[in-house]
Design a protein around this ligand. Structure first.
Ligand SMILES: [Zn+2]
Length: 296
């Protein structure tokens, strides 16, 4: 039997079982401490979708549970715990199969990860039109699906290797906490909800609540993963500290009518390649008037 239950939701495609009891969906039980009424509730939920289930059929399982030791379907991130990464290096396998990865939406980068207007931007802003599908980057289980003042309609997915990905400002959400999802599955439609000015996807990658620059994993212009394995070490997060430190010295060019990448590169004493790399765009990207391009 393959079954997962979070609260009253049953995911028939899951391999194992997790249960959020009557105390709330974020309360997690090991199988051998599952309360008796939970067993009955799971049995009924399974029966409702036409499955027979016996408590002995399953093991408690939530992706990355051994690393996080919690499954919270309300708090987007635990910002208090910022120093839980105490390994030297940890190698995360990102994909097992070719189909295990997908770029959440194909649009150029409006705003890169890093320091922005006096505050840290923990994700990547990808351009889209409201209503465009936003898909899951890797297989996993939906942890958060709710409305948040900052992120608008937001979905967070926990992946089996412990990474979490966040998809914000959606116009519509089409998944619920506890749902198993595959890479490429639609999580909702892109939009402009929450603290957002113009339709875009705010996409974050986190490990143990700490943000990672998504362009370290994905080539945004091709939509492909850069590596099958991703090494995490303290320096992965130090890049954020460095970004903060160098923030003061960053310089931006505001695109004006008639500007081209080569003209901007010439004017700012840099190369087209460097501009593309710094801004996560390709040489064929269409520039928009008013767009800010980092050149130093
Ligand atoms: Zn953003």
């Amino acid at each position: 039997m393959a079954l997962a239950v979070i609260g009253a939701q049953v995911c028939a495609q899951a391999d194992t079982i997790a249960y959020g009891g009557p105390e709330g969906p974020d309360i997690y039980y090991e199988l051998d401490s599952l309360p008796a009424d939970a067993t009955a509730e799971i049995g009924m939920a399974a029966h409702a979708i036409g499955l027979d289930w016996d408590v002995n059929d399953s093991l408690s399982f939530i992706p990355g549970y051994d690393m996080y030791c919690h499954w919270n379907t309300d708090a987007i991130f635990d910002r208090e715990k910022t120093s839980r990464f105490d390994h030297d290096t940890l190698c995360l396998r990102l994909v097992q199969h070719e189909c295990d990865q997908a770029i959440p939406c194909s649009g150029h980068v409006n705003s890169p990860f890093g320091w922005r207007k006096g505050r840290m931007h923990y994700g990547l802003d990808l351009e889209l039109n409201t209503g465009d599908p936003v898909v899951c980057a890797f297989p996993g289980m939906v942890r958060i699906s709710k409305y948040n003042r900052t992120f608008g309609n937001v979905v967070v997915v926990r992946h089996h290797n412990g990474l979490e990905t966040l998809y914000a400002h959606l116009s519509k959400r089409s998944v619920e906490p506890g749902q198993m999802v595959d890479a490429g599955d639609e999580l909702g439609k892109g939009g402009n909800t929450g603290r957002s000015y113009g339709s875009h996807l705010h996409f974050e990658v986190r490990f143990l609540d700490q943000p990672i620059d998504p362009t370290l994993l994905f080539d945004v212009t091709t939509g492909r993963l850069l590596h099958e394995n991703f090494e995490i070490h303290k320096g992965t997060f130090a890049s954020m500290a460095a970004a903060k430190a160098s923030a003061g010295s960053r310089k931006y060019h505001v695109v004006r009518s008639g500007d081209t990448l080569s003209a901007i590169a010439r004017k700012r004493g840099t190369s087209v390649n460097a501009l593309c790399r710094m801004n996560g765009i390709s040489q064929r990207s269409v520039l928009r008037i008013g767009q800010r391009l980092r050149y130093d």
